[in-house]
Design a protein around this ligand. Sequence first.
Ligand code: NAI
Ligand code: OAA
Length: 325
Amino acid sequence: MTVKVTVTGAAGQIGYALLFRIASGQLLGADTPVRLSLLEIPQAVKAAEGTAMELDDCAFPLLEGIDISDDPARAFDGANVALLVGARPRTKGMERGDLLEANGGIFGPQGKAINDHAADDIRVLVVGNPANTNALIARSAAPDVPAERFTAMTRLDHNRALSQLAGKLRVPVTEIRKMTIWGNHSATQYPDLFHAEVGGKIAAEQVEEEWLRDTFIPTVAKRGAAIIEARGASSAASAANAAIDHVHDWVLGTPEGDWTSAALASDGSYGVPEGLISSFPAVSRNGRWEIVQGLEIDAFSRQRIDASVNELVEERDAVQALGLI
Ligand SMILES: NC(=O)C1=CN([C@@H]2O[C@H](COP(=O)(O)OP(=O)(O)OC[C@H]3O[C@@H](n4cnc5c(N)ncnc54)[C@H](O)[C@@H]3O)[C@@H](O)[C@H]2O)C=CC1
Ligand SMILES: O=C([O-])CC(=O)C(=O)O
């Protein structure tokens, strides 16, 4: 059956890196035809049309059609997968509250359109920043959609952590299992090496404590800023790659004996307040994310998880005060 995938911010840089991979079958597998629905703001519809022309020019066997719209109700109509990429970036002089409010104006109406028009099996991944809180806003505008269907992306952070650790230990990334990013997709996130395994042994025991604390954690947490500094633009192809990984694993399942990281609605696990969209170790079984249970959290990790979760609580309280949730 054809799967309808709606991508917002389709004319942006992540959109450009994402759409061709979806159309080629990398999101849902080589047996699943897709129909793309591109949502943009009116000024960027023409650019989205240009991207659609290029998609046509690839003659992808799995691509059944492309719709382009500036109307969320149309763009999400019958959507099975929604990748919410378009967001209001933070600009000079903008306070955090202004940013949350501007994004509330985007993710509230999109959540409502998903509620009213998407297919019953809709799965939502929020990429646009601040991703966790934007996902919270969209979810609260969609009371008829199960809360578990709204997720936010920390898979890029997860992949960054894999790569940094592999480089340090000079092992292929395939040697690493059970990496976890906890908390917010922000500089407070906590990449956890106390449960990660390399060659079957705990990663934290294979690296120096100083490296873990003073190099690994800040490098992963601040990698987005380092890319902006080097490239003059934020991560795009790697963000698109992570979005593909997240949805692919959600729909098709995570490999046995491993887990990944995804920002999911908390059920209270690990002391994260219920309902917050926070990153956890997660597996997907039968098309549903499950938070990995029963991990022991030591004082070092507890402090860092709490710091990131507290930031999420502050963001939630701020959008609540603005009447956005
Ligand atoms: N969660 C993560 O790991 C990452 C998140 N990001 C975030 O992803 C977002 C997109 O990044 P880029 O593609 O580089 O930005 P971009 O600025 O190149 O593209 C954003 C696009 O969204 C569109 N847009 C704005 N408001 C919209 C609306 N209401 N409806 C539909 N489209 C709308 C714009 O017209 C633009 O074409 C940013 O918020 C960025 O911070 C980026 C990298 C990683
Ligand atoms: O700050 C940004 O826009 C980019 C970002 O989220 C990341 O690269 O992790």
